[in-house]
Design a protein around this ligand. Structure first.
Ligand code: HEC
Length: 132
């Protein structure tokens, strides 16, 4: 009897692990949609553009993916951002945009974050390839 019960639990936790792994994998490599991302980016446009050289309250985010943090010319970055040694990849952007303050304490971006993983994936897709 005991063995059967243990077996059932084993099966259940395997299924749960598969589910957990599935959602973790989804969060890790999200397939974003740049068109939807443009709508999400509307929350950033008070401070950011995707036009090269056009800084506002925040730095231009043109071609930001692959760049080192805090290096956009003509923008006065915080010491935290400048010294962070972060390179902006879809993964680091995903973490930063989840909660800018916890990912990089002391950075000056006044933004609560995007709690929805799909919003983050979509806005990252937009930053990769801004659609008109
Ligand atoms: C209220 C203004 C504001 C909003 C809204 C805002 N940001 Fe920022 N952002 C900033 C500022 C200011 C910085 C520079 C922070 C620093 O120097 O510490 C920054 C920095 C960044 C950086 C790092 C740039 C670099 O060159 O290293 C990224 C990436 C970024 N923001 C993305 C976004 C995205 C995406 C959104 C919308 C989801 C957003 N931000 C919303 C003000 C804002």
């Amino acid at each position: 009897m005991r063995v059967i019960t243990a077996g059932r639990f084993g099966g259940l936790s395997l299924a749960a692990a598969a589910l957990l792994y599935g959602s973790a994998a989804l969060a890790q490599s999200p397939a974003g949609d740049a068109v939807k991302g443009k709508t999400v980016f509307a929350r950033c446009t008070i401070c950011h553009t995707v036009e090269p050289g056009k800084n506002k309250l925040g730095p231009s985010l043109a071609n930001i993916i692959g760049q080192k943090a805090g290096e956009v010319p003509g923008f006065n970055f915080s010491p935290a951002m400048k010294s962070s040694k972060v390179v902006w990849t879809p993964e680091t952007l995903d973490k930063y945009l989840t909660n800018p303050r916890t990912f990089m304490p002391g950075n000056r971006m006044i933004f609560a974050g995007l709690p929805n993983p799909a919003d983050r994936a979509n806005v990252i897709a937009y930053l990769k390839k801004p659609v008109k």
